[in-house]
Design a protein around this ligand. Structure first.
Ligand code: ZN
Length: 409
């Protein structure tokens, strides 16, 4: 069985790379910290007797052949990049858990029918370039030259950062995998929410990954003197935006499943004594059910138009991103649930509100995810925590699921 001590020791070692004074980690893509993390992970892959390679997009993988080398592989993945001042578990648990599973299979001398691979994807978080899941996009062949022009805060585009890291952006197409080469994709990840903690369960079976819509709302009113313009003759862009923010909350809450967030706001001209003439809002809407999400979006748009019309404010919507939800494969869900039962754990199904690489890999092969209980639901924060026992339990479930999907004849 999997070695929980070894997994925990590796999690602690990896967490030291990019550790900041505030206690969190910062490992952005194509930086020395990320390189050091990948080198450490590659050394673990070698200890697990895996064939290690890095593809044209910087995805680091370790492979163990099956009885039939031409059979499609079972792929286990996650990431080692982080947000700024992030936690120790988001990403590393899935990569190190995957290596632990393969090392256990090796030590037990188990021969699987299918090859099994573990991959650390390049830049899942999008913390540096505001474009996440770079590595898994490349795997599907959907990483475009346009995508590689996204810049970081210093104006360095992805393609330049890749060159600086010794990768050739002209060749990212080589990282694409054919659907025929993959049998299944599995990811072990912390829940980043409080559902499992509330249920008193160490692990859960993910039903699917919610699809996000990202919009930018631009409000145009008229700037004016805060002292001399009567309330009845104002065209206050921020007051209109505030009403729309209330509408977002109401409409998302009324669905019972959609979540809506305004995370950015820009006010022009931004003076204490000036009526705001222009406002830009970001809007993030997500749901596991695309139709429910899109209906909520429709009602928000309609009611926002009405509010702005009533207030004499111009309103326009820009679309930054629209991804469909990615349902997990029924077959993989059943396999994970069976593994839970074998370990005496009640199988519990829950959706993922957060995005993961599996959203993209699902375009290539059936996808499944196992969640591990997060303490207080805290994530993207130095306080992010899952216990040693829960990490080990999650890894055991991953091990049983991999053996089931990779086959033993
Ligand atoms: Zn993650």
């Amino acid at each position: 069985m999997v070695d929980g001590e070894r997994l925990w020791k590796r999690l602690s070692e990896l967490a030291e790379i990019g550790k900041r004074e505030e206690g969190g980690v910062a490992r952005f893509s194509f930086t020395p910290e990320e390189r050091a993390a990948k080198n450490l992970v590659a050394s673990y892959m070698e200890e697990a007797n895996l064939a290690v390679r890095e593809d044209a997009a910087g995805n680091l993988s370790g492979r163990r052949e099956g009885r039939d080398p031409d059979a499609p592989a079972v792929l286990i993945g996650s990431h080692v990049d982080s947000v700024s001042n992030g936690g120790d578990f988001d990403g590393p648990l899935g990569v190190l858990g995957g290596i632990e599973v393969l090392q256990t299979i090796d030590e037990e001398g188990v021969q699987t029918d299918r090859p099994v691979e573990v991959v650390a994807f390049t830049d899942e978080e999008g913390a540096r370039f505001s474009l996440g899941m770079i590595g898994s996009r490349a795997l599907t062949g959907m990483l475009s030259r346009e995508d590689l022009r996204h810049e970081d805060r210093d104006g360095v585009p992805i393609e330049q950062a890749m060159r600086d890291a010794g990768l050739d952006p002209e060749k990212v197409g080589d990282a694409a995998r054919s659907p025929a080469s993959l049998a299944a994709y599995l990811e072990l990840h912390i829940e980043q929410g409080k559902v499992l903690e509330g249920e008193g369960l160490p692990v859960g079976v993910v039903t699917g990954i919610a699809g996000p819509v990202w919009l930018r709302l631009s409000f145009s009113g008229e700037a004016g003197h805060a002292g001399t313009t009567p309330m009845g003759s104002r065209r206050d862009a921020l007051a209109a935006a505030a009403e729309v923010m209330g509408i977002v909350e109401e409409e998302a809450a009324s669905t019972g499943s959609t979540v809506g967030t305004v995370g950015q706001i820009e006010v022009r001209p931004g003076g204490i004594n000036i009526i705001p003439g222009g406002v830009e809002l970001s809007l993030d809407l997500r749901d596991i059910d695309e139709a429910v999400r899109d209906r909520a979006e429709g009602r928000i748009r309609e009611r926002a138009e009405e509010a702005c019309g009533r207030r004499g404010i111009g309103l326009s919507f820009g679309e930054l991103q629209r991804l469909p939800p990615a349902p997990c494969s029924e077959e993989i869900r059943a396999s994970i649930a069976a593994a839970c039962e074998r370990e005496g754990i009640r199988p519990y199904a829950l959706p993922s509100g957060a995005g993961h690489d599996g959203m993209h890999v699902a375009e290539l092969c059936p996808m499944g995810m196992i969640f591990v209980r997060s303490k207080d639901g805290i994530s993207h924060n130095p306080k992010e925590w899952s216990s040693r026992e829960d990490c080990e339990t999650g890894c055991k479930i991953l091990y049983l699921t991999v053996l089931d999907l990779a086959g033993q004849t």
